[in-house]
Ligand binder design. Structure first.
Ligand code: SF4
Length: 217
């Protein structure tokens, strides 16, 4: 993996809009638990607000936005700097509701890589280093994600979802890495089925919510 060098003693070049607020549900240093970057250190910024509405969502508390959740982008960045994070993961909720460019550009000015997790339901604003696209049945994604994403991650709730996953994979550009992930509450039933499926369809890889097994956020 490429080693990221954070520019030391650098004042972040706050992008235009960095004094504007974003609604932040929570932010914390952890290990990425899912997908291509599993096991790597990352500072997670979970934005509040989601207009997708998955019935099995494990962060339903992220759907609404409260006034007191708003934080200025520049204050968020100071916190990321204090944690010496080399990677930031912007997640939600559905983070593409918001213009992420001030946050992403300011982090880039420090040499910090920025990854995004999205259902792809709003246009992508910002030059992200990695986009994990996880389409959901409850709101159709935009076409641009099939070519702009780096990773397709499909949550498998029942066996019919495998066919649904293939319908999305067939639309993806060749560079997009493909992951199947059991929905957490259904993992005992879905995991053996997914393993067998990947053995016969090796263009897929398995993703699990390893942070939950580890007892971390
Ligand atoms: Fe939950 Fe994500 Fe679905 Fe929104 S898109 S409802 S945050 S799982």
């Amino acid at each position: 993996m490429e080693k990221v060098k954070i520019k030391k003693n650098t004042t972040p070049k706050f992008a235009y809009g960095a004094r504007d607020p974003l609604p932040v549900m929570e932010h914390f240093l952890t290990l990425q638990g899912e997908g291509n970057w599993t096991g790597t250190a990352a500072y997670f910024i979970r934005l509040a607000g989601c207009d997708v509405g998955c019935h099995w969502c494990d962060v339903k508390e992220s759907w609404g936005v409260a006034a007191e959740q708003h934080m200025r982008v520049l204050d968020l960045i100071e916190i990321v700097i204090a944690h010496k994070a080399q990677h930031v993961v912007i997640t939600g909720g559905e983070p593409t509701i918001y213009d992420l460019r001030p946050l992403v550009q300011s982090l880039h000015s420090l040499g910090i890589k920025v990854h995004l997790e999205t259902a792809g339901v709003h246009p992508l604003l910002g030059d992200l280093d990695w986009v994990c696209f996880s389409p959901k049945k409850f709101k159709a994604p935009l076409d641009e994600y099939y070519t702009n994403a780096h990773e397709l991650k499909v949550v498998i709730y029942n066996r019919h979802d495998l066919q649904w996953a293939e319908s999305h994979a067939s639309r993806c550009a060749d560079h997009v890495k493909l992951f199947l992930q059991p929905e957490w509450d259904r993992r005992e039933k879905m995991l053996p089925m997914i393993i067998a499926y990947i053995q016969n369809h090796p263009h897929w890889r398995l993703s699990q919510q390893t942070h939950k097994y580890m007892g971390i956020r």
